[in-house]
Design a protein around this ligand. Structure first.
Ligand code: KG4
Ligand code: ZN
Length: 341
């Protein structure tokens, strides 16, 4: 069975073709991502209208390119899997409308996939695969930060979430304060490599609260106040501040994830979403998980940030788990992970 995956929820247009098998991995025959980063960079963030237009410009040829690369004809495609939310409405509509039109023309059923479910299952694309159920997933992207108890495909219970900014959003906002590029996470990570995390003492928001929730907006404010004392920050200061930001966010994410595993008595942890590409966070999690006898699954770096392989893969896992094709659905910019069927 061939699944064509389409992702257009934010600023990456992505198309993948997965040959699904009976096992839990499948084979990726094509996996293309056309990033819009350079288009949005001069605005310091994603401009929704420009994102939609770029998806519209790029998507049809990217699909043709993927089919060619995979050596697959439309008649060999058995399912089209498309991100239908959450994300930017206009951007989502481009992917959804394209998928529906192609499905109609070629007689192929179209499956809506929740973007965060794509992220959550993406570690299954790596060699080691997903751990057995149940496991805890730390989902950290530009728009979401949550801890999810996963009891099976489609069986998700959110046990912790951010009460304000997402971790990725915090990276991006702090990067703006430091006057470095967009997206902020990779920039902060790059600067942090040469920085001294001890120079600035930043808060660890919500760490001492006895729950699994997060809050990152105070951290951004703390960075803003600290930078007021240095109106013209030099490179060394930016590096030290970046290291302190990375350490603060990392510390909270690691400790709350471990707390979630202990509380749920589930010694298996998965991390997913764009922020999961952060090397410092990955290392800290690996160290802590080893200390606590927790099995840790990390997606490959390519499958942390937005891609369509994870969308096709989520469709494969849903089909294997026996979910039927849904009839009544639409682009849904605010859909909740926990509310899925
Ligand atoms: O999952 P993703 O690609 O898109 C959303 O679904 O939001 O996540 C994007 C977020 C951005 O906030 C970006 O700054 C962050 O992930 N990010 C990182 C790194 N790479 C991407 N944050 C920290 N370190 C990184 N290496
Ligand atoms: Zn994402």
């Amino acid at each position: 069975m061939h699944i064509l995956g389409i992702e257009s929820s934010c600023d990456e247009t992505a198309v993948a073709i997965l040959r699904a098998d009976h096992g839990c991995r499948g084979q990726l025959l094509a996996d293309l991502v056309a990033s819009q980063v350079s288009v949005h960079a001069r605005f310091g963030g994603v401009v929704p209208e420009i994102a939609s237009r770029e998806h519209l410009r790029v998507l049809p040829s990217l699909v043709e390119q993927a089919l060619q690369q995979a050596d697959v004809q439309w008649r060999d495609v058995d399912r089209i899997a498309v991100t239908n939310g959450p994300g930017l409405m206009g951007a989502l509509l481009v992917g959804v409308s394209y998928a529906r039109a192609a499905g109609f023309i070629h007689g192929i059923p179209v499956m809506p996939i929740h973007h965060m479910e794509g992220h959550l299952l993406a570690p299954g694309l790596s060699e080691a695969g997903l751990p057995e159920f149940p496991f805890i997933c730390l989902l950290v992207s530009g728009g979401h930060t949550m801890l999810v108890r996963v009891d099976g495909v489609g069986k998700y219970r959110i046990i912790g979430r951010t009460v304000d900014d997402a971790a990725g959003e915090c990276f991006d906002k702090c990067a703006r304060l430091l006057q470095c590029g967009y997206p902020g996470g990779p920039e902060i990570a790059r600067l942090a490599q040469a920085g001294d995390a001890q120079r600035f003492s930043l808060p660890r928001p919500m760490l001492n609260r006895d729950n699994l929730d997060f809050s990152f907006s105070g951290l951004k404010t703390a960075v803003m106040y600290a930078l007021r004392k240095h109106p013209q920050p030099d490179d060394a200061l930016k590096q030290d501040m970046a290291a302190a930001i990375e350490a603060s966010i990392g510390d909270v994410l690691v400790k709350k994830s471990i707390r979630a595993c202990v509380r749920e008595q589930v010694p298996r942890l998965v991390i997913a979403g764009g922020v999961a590409a952060n090397r410092y966070l990955r290392q800290r999690l690996q160290d802590e998980a080893r200390r606590q006898n927790i099995t840790l699954a990390l997606p490959g770096l390519r499958y942390c940030t937005d891609n369509a392989a994870m969308i096709a893969y989520a469709a494969q896992r849903r089909l294997q788990a026996g979910y039927q094709d849904v009839q009544d659905w639409d682009a849904s910019p605010r859909s909740q992970l926990g509310g899925m069927a």
